[in-house]
Design a protein around this ligand. Structure first.
Ligand SMILES: Nc1ncnc2c1ncn2[C@@H]1O[C@H](COP(=O)(O)OP(=O)(O)OP(=O)(O)O)[C@@H](O)[C@H]1O
Length: 261
């Protein structure tokens, strides 16, 4: 449960996961509050993507994952796909979509809402247009995904994730390839989602952006070493520690930044 006794949006209990023959997540207990933005950070190989996939129900694991208090493997796949939206690391698993038009890629986000083989309805078209406009990808709607630059493509995939209009959005390195203005736009989109009561969980390498979240999960070697507020000195200390004290968290112009030492 989260601190105020409402069910956490996502909760992991004694969560472990093995890839190949190696256990990469060890006994993780974690409760991510709803209507908040939580960032997951840590060194390369810490297990961030694996944790996100396990939380999304995309990876076999031991232990339990709960979605708003309900055992996630008991939630029917279609219902889960409406409640939980996923943006994977760019370049993974999207190759087969290269020939699709941008509009149709974003429309894939509406599949969980559509009846089997039914054509998209008005609500689907509106959600797709809203999503593509919010990531400034609407002008490319008639272009094939494969013709776009890395950053343009990322904005289309973000639009697809937004088009789901899910309560929970999980995003793995959503800022990859985005230029600074579009990184700022991404943060505005996230803040707007959270203001609407949605829950956002992002794996980020950009520490200043990660520290702009409400809460930070700091991982190291397959474990959560700290889950706390982004303004909390104990969170900053954990962050500095997992990066071997090679960074230092500072307050500059009303935001937290992490500078190399
Ligand atoms: N198929 C696999 N078989 C064995 N080990 C794997 C496999 N895939 C990933 N791993 C290992 O699992 C660990 C966790 O990987 P994961 O991708 O979750 O880390 P991460 O924190 O997201 O890293 P990064 O910041 O580099 O993206 C790494 O040590 C990685 O080498």
């Amino acid at each position: 449960m989260s601190r105020d006794d409402t069910p956490a949006a996502l909760e992991a209990r004694r969560l472990s996961a093995t890839l190949g023959v190696t256990e990469v997540l060890h006994d993780i207990d974690l409760a991510l509050p709803s209507a908040r933005w939580t960032s997951i950070v840590g060194p390369n190989g810490a297990g961030k993507s694996t944790l996100l996939k396990a939380l999304a129900g995309l990876l076999a694991h031991r232990g339990e994952v709960r979605l708003f208090g309900e055992a996630q493997d008991k939630v029917p796949a279609r219902v889960r796909a409406r409640r939980l939206s996923w943006l994977g690391q760019s370049g993974t698993g999207e190759g087969s979509a290269d020939d699709l038009m941008v509009y149709d890629v974003a429309m894939l986000g509406r599949l969980p809402h559509q009846r089997w083989l039914a054509a998209p309805g008005e609500a689907d078209r509106e959600a797709v247009e809203r999503a593509l406009r919010s990531t400034q990808a609407w002008d490319w709607r008639d272009r094939p995904l494969g013709q776009l630059s890395g950053g343009e493509r990322q904005r289309v995939l973000l639009a697809r994730a937004l088009a789901v209009e899910a309560e929970v959005l999980l995003m793995d390195e959503p800022l990859a390839n985005l230029d600074p203005p579009h990184q700022a736009d991404w943060m505005q989109i996230v803040r707007a989602l959270v203001a609407e009561g949605r829950t956002v969980v992002s794996v980020l390498h950009e520490l200043p952006m990660a520290l702009a979240a409400d809460e930070l999960v700091v991982m190291d070697r397959g474990r959560v070493v700290r889950h706390g507020g982004c303004d909390d000195p104990a969170t900053h200390a954990a962050l500095e520690q997992v990066f071997d004290h090679r960074i230092r968290v500072h307050r500059v112009a009303d935001q937290w930044i992490a500078l190399p030492k």
